[in-house]
Structures are given as C-alpha cells and as structure tokens.
Design a protein around this ligand. Structure first.
Ligand SMILES: C[C@H](O)[C@@H](O)[C@@H](O)C(=O)CO
Ligand SMILES: [Mn+2]
Length: 595
C-alpha cells in the first residue's frame, strides 16, 4: 500500500494551572505519565507495515486554553488520529480539553488520593458529553501511589484498545474504496453507498469499469518482469488441479485454454494491485497516470456476471491479494472483496486495521444442525461443534493464510506478515488446491482456491463480522466470536459434496451465551444481516465494539462479555441497563464522525 504517511496519536498531559506551588509540584509526574503512555503504545502497537506506532506529546503540560491551543497546533501538523489526555490531578475541564470534533479522544485520570485526577476525569467527560464530542474515560480500578511509574494493567488495556481504534480510524481516513465494476448479481452490499464512506469513515469512493483490466492486459500495462516471475512461481506453487466440475460439459476448456486463463488470472492480480496501490514500475514504462493508483485501502471486484460470463473469474486475484505471500515473498496483504461487496470489504477492513492480519471473506452458506448432520452422515457431532456449525465458503477472497497453517504456540493461527515464516507460507500453499471453475456458474473459467481451514486441537479462535446498512438507521455492525473447527473427515466430505466442493471451506462455531441471537448456532445464522461475513483470527469483538462506537456505528448483535465493552462515557447517558439499545440511541444522537 502506498501510504503517504501513517497517523500518530497525540498525547496531552493536562495539569492544574495554579502556579506558585501546585502546578510546579505536578509538572514531573504529569509529563512522566505522558511518556509512559507513549512508550506503551510504541512497544505494543505496529502500523500495517510492521513499524512501531509513533506518538506526539504536547510541548508542555496543558493548564489552560493557550496551552491546549498550542498542543492542537502541534498535532494538526503531525497527522494526529486521536488524542489521549493524561493527568494525575484536578485540571480545568473545558479549558484544557481538545475540541476537535472529528477525532476520537480518551482521558486517563490517575486514581490516587493526593490529587483528584478522577474528579477532573468526570468533569471533562461531562464537558465532552455536553459539547457533543464524546470521549472515552479511563480510570484505574486500584488506587496508586503518586510516584508510581508503571501503568496498571487495566489502564494499559484500555489505552491500547483506544489507540487501536484511533489508528484504524486515522489509517482509513482520506483513502479510497475502489470498485472494479459495479453491482454483482443484485447484491446490496455491492451498491456502493458514498455517503456512508464519506460521513462515517472519511473515505472516498473510486470507480473503474472492469474493462480497465482488459485494457491493461491488451495494452501490456503491467510490470512484465514481475509477470514472468509470477508465472514461474505460480506453476510451481499454485498448479492447476484436475477439473472436478465440467467433465460432461460440451463447453469444457482444453489444457491450453486453461493455461491461458491462468496467465490472465495472474495479470489480474498485478493489475488490481496496481489499481489499488499504484506501482512506480509503470511510470518507468511511461504510464505515469496508471502508476499512481487509486490510493485504495480496500477494493472489490464485481466479477459476476458480465466479466465472469466471458473472462476467467476473479478468484485467483482475490485470494492472492488478500494473502500475505506470493512470488514477492511475505508481505502485507490487501483488503479485497469478491462480488464488490463494499460492506463486507469494510468489515474486513475494520478487522484488518485492528489486527494487521489477513481476512477470510466468505458466504455464510449453511447452518448444519446436529440433527441434519446425523441424518446425512450418520455421525453425532461432538466437542465445540456439538450444537451445530456454520459452513463458510465462497470462491474467491478467502486469504490463503485462512487455511490455518500459521501457528502460535503450536496451534493454527493467522499472524501479521512480519511473524509469518516461509515454512508456514509454504504449508498453506501445499494444502491449497486450485480447481478449475464450474463453467455452469463461470462461463469464462478461472480457478478457485480450495482448502479446509485447519482448526487444530482447541479450535482456532476467530471473529466473524458484518457491517449492514439499514434505511432510516444507517450502518449497523454485528459480530460473533467463536472457533474455526475441524470436522471428522467423513462428516466434512459428505457436507462438502452437497455444496461447491471446489471452493475453500471454513467451519465456524460461534460461542453461545444463552442470550439473544447467541442462544443457538442457528440463531446466529438466522440473525446474520447479509450473505457474506468477514472472518478474522482471534477474539476481537471488544476492539470492534470500541471502534464502532468511535465511528457512531451501533453494534446490534455480539457475544462479548459486558466487562470488556469500552465505549465513550457519554453512552451511559443513554441508559445503563440495556446497553445495546443505548448504543443505538447514542450513535443516532451524536451522528457520524465526519458529518
Ligand atoms: C456462484 C454463485 O453465483 C456465488 O457466487 C454466489 O452463491 C455467491 O457467492 C453470492 O454471494
Ligand atoms: Mn458470495
């Protein structure tokens, strides 16, 4: 991704402005808190390219409006994506706060008895609520001594959770969602809504016709030396497997036709990546305009039907772009949606920006009850799958990392690219087949990745997310934490044969809570808002809830424990008994970040 500059977090040490004793006695402790927070963020968080996250600390402590303005001036020049105010003491609420409306804010009020940091925290959070600039409040549970030089674990957890949200918001802001093509088969998420992108995400929409890919193929507008390298690599590492669909089809393709389709598929990878990120190599060839790309942090490809009725489908392109390895070695992934489902792309983007890990894009295809499994296979489901499971599968945009051959502590995982080894990438490739497309669906052929996500002995922790748009409400988010599991061989082969057996499969079991949609696995399927979901490694529901609240997107269905939910303090003003409804009211009231 051709990132112009990564955003930074602004740190504001606020102080009691009374000189001749009080202020002076607090200067060192207050600045020390700012430096502790900067060190924590620098050590624990990384940008998508793997470098440590940077912070900017105000030049002085902030005792009043002049110093608040000086801090803001410094931040405005430094590409700040959020502010964290820290203080051990009472300060003057609205005189010291940052009033930027389009940034997320957090305030850490030190829990000590010498000076009332908590009183300031309450006062300034009230000011934030009153001014309609909601802020996150952080108050440690246990009283600390005034010379404490460690951030308590509960405070650190909230600081990191907030910082991740601020960085995600700042990283997507001013970038584009690129539609390659338009609406796929009437899928609503693929009718791109520019007001949503602009008002809620601060993003723009870029559009190119799918004929742009044909133009670049025909006119040779791609890096030919990279193509040669990719073609050699692809024949070795992603060889085409036997055709399982089309044996009796009079229109089935010859091996020569398949080889040509395969070359086209590789060119599509190069061209779509160039469209998103730009490519300096193209400028060297005289294609200056094309070399700049669309500054797209996420993209989608319509594919069906006009393209796929005539040309090879986009599956190879989508899989490779979402993955962290190819002929160029191990690298950061792109976020790329199949069927131009822009809302699933945004779901993937949220997951990606919170984790720096590649995503699985899938149809939420089938709920299998234990009874139905018993009927068709004769087997009784046990373990995590005992209450049934969801079969997630779409040709296309499931990253190859989603096959589950990366490991953390010996268990299947999906890791940021800087932790992925060549052996792990090779294992994913060895366990992925490339199946010629069913030409009943895809008249132009193409090749789908085909794997079964490995769950391992404990199941791979994962979170499935979906952003929906509802007329009259706007965007809403739903998420389900759970596990990707292995099914007994016999069960999988029977259920897989009943669907598209040449596509990748992920078997997902949401964690049940006994409440709402999470009373049963069926309930999760039955309440899913659309045909697609974005699946991320790990249990990241709490981070998604924090991000959604900062963007004013209500979360209407989740299975995150109440104690892990961290939203701006003003949300309590909309009701504390029934948090889901309060979230809707708060989001509606404050409105999107960029309106
Ligand atoms: C081949 C089919 O058209 C699939 O692409 C379809 O089931 C979908 O993926 C719909 O989201
Ligand atoms: Mn689909």
């Amino acid at each position: 991704m051709l990132q112009v500059e990564y955003p930074k977090i602004g740190i504001r040490p606020t102080i009691d402005g009374r000189e001749r004793g009080i202020r002076e006695s607090l200067e060192d402790q207050t600045m020390a808190m700012a430096h502790q927070v900067a060190a924590l963020i620098h050590e624990q968080l990384r940008y998508p390219d793997g470098t440590p996250v940077e912070t900017v600390i105000a030049d002085s402590t902030i005792g009043g409006v002049r110093e608040a303005a000086a801090a803001k001036t410094k931040f405005d020049k430094a590409n700040i994506c959020g502010t964290i105010t820290v203080t051990p003491c009472w300060c003057y609420g609205s005189e010291t706060m940052d009033m930027s409306r389009d940034l997320p804010h957090a305030i850490w009020g030190f829990n000590g008895t010498e000076r009332p940091g908590a009183v300031y925290l309450a006062a300034v959070l009230a000011a934030h609520a009153q001014k309609g600039i909601p802020a996150f409040g952080i108050y440690g549970e246990d009283v600390q001594d005034s010379d404490a030089d460690q951030i308590p674990a509960d405070v650190a957890k909230k600081l990191i959770r907030f910082a991740k949200t601020a960085l995600a918001i700042g990283t997507m802001r001013n970038k584009a969602y690129l539609s390659i093509g338009s609406v796929a088969m009437g899928i609503a998420g693929s009718t791109v809504n520019p007001d949503f992108f602009q008002d809620y995400l601060g993003m723009r929409n870029e559009y190119v016709d799918m004929s742009e890919i044909t133009r670049r193929i025909d006119e040779g507008i791609y890096d030919h030396s990279e193509f040669d390298k990719a073609w050699a690599w692809a024949q070795e590492h992603t060889p085409v497997d036997p055709d399982i669909y089309n044996a009796d089809d009079p229109n089935k393709f010859s091996d020569a036709q398949k080889a040509e389709q395969f070359q086209t598929s590789i060119k599509m990878v190069l061209i779509a990546r160039d469209l998103m990120d730009g490519n300096e190599k193209l400028a060297e060839e005289g294609f200056g305009e094309e070399s700049k790309g669309h500054y797209a942090i996420a993209a989608g490809f319509q594919g069906q039907r006009q393209w796929t009725d005539h040309f090879p489908n986009g599956d190879y392109m989508e899989s490779l772009l979402n993955s962290q390895f190819d002929w160029n070695g191990i690298h950061a992934p792109n976020v790329f949606a199949t069927e131009n489902d822009s809302l699933n792309a945004v779901s993937m983007l949220f997951n990606y920006l919170l984790t720096n890990t590649p995503q699985i894009f899938a149809d939420v295809r089938t709920y299998w009850s234990p009874e139905a499994v018993k009927r068709v296979t004769g087997e009784t489901l046990t373990g995590k799958a005992a209450n049934g499971f969801l079969h997630l599968s779409n040709s296309g945009a499931q990253s190859l990392d989603g096959a589950g051959y990366e490991e953390i502590n010996g268990q299947p995982a999906i890791k940021p690219f800087w932790d992925v080894t060549q052996a792990e990438a090779d294992a994913a490739l060895q366990n992925t087949r490339w199946i010629p497309a069913n030409i009943g669906y895809f008249r132009g052929g193409g090749f789908s990745s085909n794997y079964v996500s490995r769950g391992g002995t404990n199941g791979m922790p994962a979170t499935m997310t979906r952003l929906n748009l509802v007329k009259g409400v706007g965007p809403t988010l739903q998420l389900a934490e759970g596990y990707i599991v292995d099914l007994p061989e016999k069960v999988f082969s029977v259920i897989n044969q009943r669907t598209d057996p040449g596509w990748p499969s992920t078997i997902f079991v949401p964690t049940l809570t006994g409440h709402g949609a999470f009373k049963s696995v069926y309930g999760v399927m039955d309440n899913w808002g659309a045909n697609h979901g974005a699946i991320s490694y790990g249990h990241i529901g709490a981070d998604l809830i924090t991000l959604a609240s900062a963007l004013r997107i209500p979360v209407y269905m989740h299975n995150v424990a109440e104690e892990d939910i961290f939203r701006p303090r003003a949300w309590s003003n909309f009701g504390t008994e029934e948090a889901e409804g309060a979230d809707f009211r708060a989001c509606q009231n404050f409105g999107p970040l960029y309106h």
